[in-house]
Design a protein around this ligand. Structure first.
Ligand SMILES: *[C@@H]1O[C@H](CO)[C@@H](O)[C@H](O)[C@H]1NC(C)=O
Ligand SMILES: *[C@@H]1O[C@H](CO)[C@@H](O)[C@H](O)[C@H]1NC(C)=O
Length: 486
């Protein structure tokens, strides 16, 4: 009697399971698309994220792009973010969605914060030593977020207990290093930090270079072809940390003794490759954005940029309509400089007023470039960022032209100049960085007289307005009188 019942419930169970599998189907496909969170990988690529710098968001974006580009290279390792407990839940959730393992840590308090020349953005960089606590892994490659992988570099996991590259002749760089996790090492480092052991920059770089002060004398890492893991400490070839500045000089990679695998961007924080303005000032920015385009995309910036573009377009159209109407009627300018009205022009000396107006006009022109610049989201794609900036500045320039009744071409000259310099910088025709620098210099040299011309034109048009206005006022008065007489 129990037998059919059992079969029945089995069939029922199977049906429920089948339905679940069917429903879960698409999600499972998603899950297989992303790497599994908890895996049995022997090694890991790790990076860290902490809060409290003005650029937290940019670092978060850069971390996602770097880790996803590693996933796209199909690396044979886990991807880990050592996140400070202050990292927002939403960001953490996005990392998990990307298939990244999160390790939440408490910030290591920085005992060097009162040291002279301490840079506040390094406040929690000492969190990097948490990499040694990832004892689930045999080796960890610890990365700063400004690494651009040109190819897979899994052979790094064959390196020893500690391996790093010298991009400077005698101080190794801590933007990428290999380590063998060990609680012992971590505890020793932590007590060194807490006792305030000497540290040049108060950051991870100063701490680790002091801790592994003998790295320069160690042998160079050559991955064994039989795949075994090395013991000991090694220097990494420069090809694992190619300083982007080399590229800017040669406009190609020519690091002879290395794998040419990883690019790093150590200098000038404001020109990190994720900022839209970094390209074409520095040509490598576009390669970084190519990786972003293929990984997390630009969904988070696009709505705001579309709204800004719409606003600029509407402003421009309204400004043009207003301008047409002003030109076709002989009404006085929008800003009444109180000229031509007897008492006013006597009160304020006739020299100060045009001068102030000129200063205001120049200021408005500069603001027309500056305001759209700061409104573009910092991590936009360079092509979209520059396009939006050009649109925004043109729209505000037209408003400025209207308000101050300025001549059109001179005011748009700097705009054309900026557009030109972007083209000159981005042109893919230079054989090396020096030729490119000379071309930009030559362009600036040729363009500067035009800037001067613009200033004199703006100035002259304001002078003209001042000279003309008493006449206009007189004409208006006459007109009124005539109307009254009539
Ligand atoms: C290192 O320490 C962590 C936390 O204290 C512990 O979970 C882990 O098992 C330790 N690893 C080893 C290899 O002892
Ligand atoms: C692998 O190669 C290294 C030298 O590159 C050698 O020392 C080691 O014994 C080899 N290991 C195996 C398992 O063959």
């Amino acid at each position: 009697m129990a037998e059919p019942k059992l079969t029945c419930s089995r069939v029922g169970l199977a049906f429920v399971l089948a339905t679940l599998v069917l429903l879960a189907g698409p999600q499972q496909a998603d899950a297989t698309h992303a790497p599994v969170v908890k895996s049995s990988a022997k090694n890991a690529y790790a990076t860290m994220l902490y809060m409290g710098t003005p650029r937290d968001y940019e670092f978060y974006v850069a971390a996602r792009v770097m880790l996803q580009s590693l996933a796209r290279l199909k690396v044979d390792a886990d991807l880990v973010v050592i996140a400070s407990s202050a990292v927002p839940i939403k960001w953490r959730r996005n990392f998990l969605k990307d298939g990244i393992r999160l390790v939440i840590v408490e910030d290591i308090q920085n005992p060097y914060r009162n040291q002279p020349d301490f840079d506040m953005r390094f406040m929690f960089t000492l969190n990097k030593i948490y990499a040694w606590t990832l004892t689930d892994y045999e080796r960890v490659v610890m990365l700063d977020v400004d690494n651009l992988f040109l190819q897979k570099a899994d052979e790094l996991f064959q390196c020893g207990e500690f391996c790093a590259a010298f991009i400077n002749p005698c101080i190794f760089h801590t933007g990428l290093f290999v380590l063998e996790p060990s609680n012992e090492t971590f505890n020793a480092m932590l007590s060194d930090i807490q006792s305030g052991r000497e540290n040049r920059d108060g950051a991870d770089q100063g701490f680790l270079t002091a801790h592994f002060s003998d790295l320069l004398d160690k042998p160079l890492f050559h991955p064994p072809t039989n795949g075994t893991k090395l013991k000991g400490i090694y220097r990494l070839p420069l090809g694992y940390q190619m300083d982007a500045s080399y590229y800017y000089l040669k406009l190609k990679w020519s690091v002879p003794c290395g794998p040419n695998s990883v690019v790093t961007f150590p200098s000038v924080p404001m020109l990190k490759p994720w900022y839209w303005w970094a390209y074409p000032v520095l040509p490598l920015g576009l390669s970084w954005h190519e990786q972003r385009r293929h990984t997390i995309g630009y969904g988070s910036e696009l709505p705001l940029m579309a709204a800004e573009a719409l606003f600029y377009i509407i402003t421009m159209i309204v400004a043009m309509i207003v301008r047409q109407r002003v030109l076709t009627t002989d009404r006085p300018p929008l800003i009444k400089s109180c000229l031509g009205r007897g008492p006013c022009s006597i009160e304020s000396g006739s020299i100060v007023q045009p001068f102030l107006l000129k200063v205001a006009a120049i200021f408005a022109i500069i603001a027309s470039f500056a305001i759209p610049f700061v409104l573009v989201p910092t991590t936009a794609h360079p092509l979209m960022g520059w396009a939006l900036w050009l649109l925004g500045s043109q729209s505000l320039l037209i408003v400025t032209i209207n308000i101050f009744q300025l001549p059109v071409l001179p005011v748009l000259t700097p705009w054309l100049g900026f557009f030109g310099v972007l083209l000159v910088m981005a042109a893919p025709i230079y054989s090396n960085g020096i030729i490119r620098a000379l071309a930009i210099f030559g362009y600036a040299f040729l363009a500067s007289p035009l800037l001067w011309w613009m200033l004199t034109q703006v100035s002259a048009s304001i002078d003209l307005a001042f000279a003309r206005e008493p006449l206009m006022a007189y004409a208006n008065m006459r007109k009124k009188e005539m109307i009254e007489e009539w």
